[in-house]
Design a protein around this ligand. Structure first.
Ligand code: GLU
Length: 432
């Protein structure tokens, strides 16, 4: 068993992040490849982001005034292919967070074996406080600031927290004005179907979460029909995960929260009706007739067998982990939603933790399919997209389980071992 207290436990990413990767580094550094060790120097290289772009974007508001907005694009690694990762619009975004998220993308794309590296973008603003046209101007200004740092074979953005297909359409449009050669559509994924998007992309992350859940149930000998699920976050990922888990796997969704409110029903909520209610009530779940309102913070404390954090990082903390009684599966739909302390407690309690690099990889997998379709100008049916997504998710899940069993390590460590191995091999073969 890997000893987390050993001397090997010393690698940090950018000082403090991605504790997940640290143990994988420690495990993998004992290996040799092509006579080259995964050694401290290589790990230190992987701890560093390749390029960090810091921008101050002057945004012209509807009233004519100028608002300076801070924005970042961090490109972590491109050993296996172009940089890839979403752009989030959130008032708390900062450089460190974007670094951590860029880092995660490198491991995620490697784990599900798609030919990309990792990147992430962040714009420090709450888009809900802006008008439609202000968001459009901001997005277009961001693309012009990024210039040649993005491109179909350079760095390919996608949706993330508070960004959506409309914003991706604007990114493509602005980029195509200065880059008409080649396949400008392939500069960004998660576009609307009418503008080169892929069938199945909108639900892809949620569907990937549901596939992981189904596979985790098989692995642990659980029947999803007997399990109660709480979902924190009811955006694109949380909603689609909950909907598919309820409809196709028959679990009860007993609690849902979003940025505004939270709702609970021990007998199960009707996820589709709840979404319609939220859409017509300014995102509020309060007053939904099929459940009772609870304080938002209570959602993570509900007694349930399955917890799906689908909002921001670090939501599942030590308090949540200590409180968990019946919890059997933690599905990390958000990126890095579990703190290291919580991870240790839940691991000790025997909870099956599906790490975010696996659980939410469905989104970037279908982004890859969208990019391939844009480059080939040949579009797939919904059925084909789902079939190929299934195949990749199930393969990655199986790889992680097999390695975890073989080395007697957790699923998170196994996931990072696999991806680190692939990235390191690519670097070494390229002559690092
Ligand atoms: N933002 C999503 C993620 O964190 C999707 C990224 C992409 O499709 O490039 O995985």
């Amino acid at each position: 068993m890997f000893d987390e207290k050993s001397e090997d436990w010393k690698y940090t990413l950018d000082g403090k992040t991605c504790f997940d990767a640290q143990s994988a580094f420690a495990i993998n550094r004992k290996q040799n490849m092509h006579g080259r060790e995964i050694n401290d120097k290589l790990l230190s290289y992987l701890n560093t982001c390749k390029r960090e772009i810091l921008m101050e974007i002057p945004l012209r508001l509807d009233d004519g005034s100028l608002l300076p907005v801070h924005a970042y694009r961090v490109q972590h690694n491109n050993a296996r292919g172009p940089f890839k990762g979403g752009i989030r619009y959130h008032d708390k975004v900062n450089l460190q967070e974007v670094r951590e998220m860029a880092n995660l993308m490198t491991w995620k794309t490697a784990l599900v074996d798609i030919p990309y590296g990792g990147a992430k973008g962040g714009v420090a603003i709450d888009p809900k406080k802006l008008s439609f046209h202000e968001v459009r101007r901001l997005t277009k200004a961001l693309v012009s600031h990024l210039g040649n740092n993005i491109g179909p074979h350079i760095d390919i953005p996608a949706p993330d927290v508070n960004t959506n297909p409309q914003i991706m359409a604007w990114i493509f449009d602005e980029f195509s004005k200065t880059h008409s050669e080649g396949s400008p559509l392939a500069v960004v994924t998660g576009k609307p179907i009418e503008v080169g998007g892929s069938q199945g992309r909108l639900e892809a992350t949620g569907r990937g979460v549901a596939i992981c859940y189904r596979e985790a149930c098989k692995y642990k000998g659980l029947d999803p029909k007997e399990l109660r699920v709480s979902v924190q976050g009811f955006g694109n990922v949380g909603y689609h995960a909950a909907e598919i888990i309820q409809k196709e796997l028959g679990s009860k969704i007993i609690g849902v929260s979003n940025a505004v409110s939270a709702i609970y029903n021990e007998e199960g909520l009707d996820v589709v009706a709840l979404k319609e209610y939220a859409d017509s009530h300014n995102d509020s779940l309060d007053g939904y007739p099929g459940g009772e309102s609870i304080p938002r913070d209570d959602l993570l404390m509900l007694d349930c067998e399955v917890l799906v954090p689908a909002a921001l990082s670090k939501a599942v903390n030590a308090d949540v982990a200590k409180n968990a009684k019946s919890l059997k599966v933690l599905l990390e739909a958000a990126n890095a939603p579990t703190t290291p302390e919580a991870n240790a407690i839940l691991h000790e309690k025997g909870v099956c933790i599906i790490p975010s690099v696996l659980a939410n990889a469905g989104g970037v997998i279908v982004s890859y399919f969208e990019w391939v379709q844009n480059l080939q100008q040949f579009y797939w049916t919904y059925e084909r997209v789902i079939e190929e997504l299934e195949a990749r998710m199930v393969r990655a899940f199986g790889d992680v389980i097999n390695l975890a069993k073989e080395k007697d390590i957790g699923l998170r460590q196994a996931a990072y071992c696999l991806s680190l191995d692939r990235v390191a091999k690519a670097l070494i073969l390229r002559g690092y």
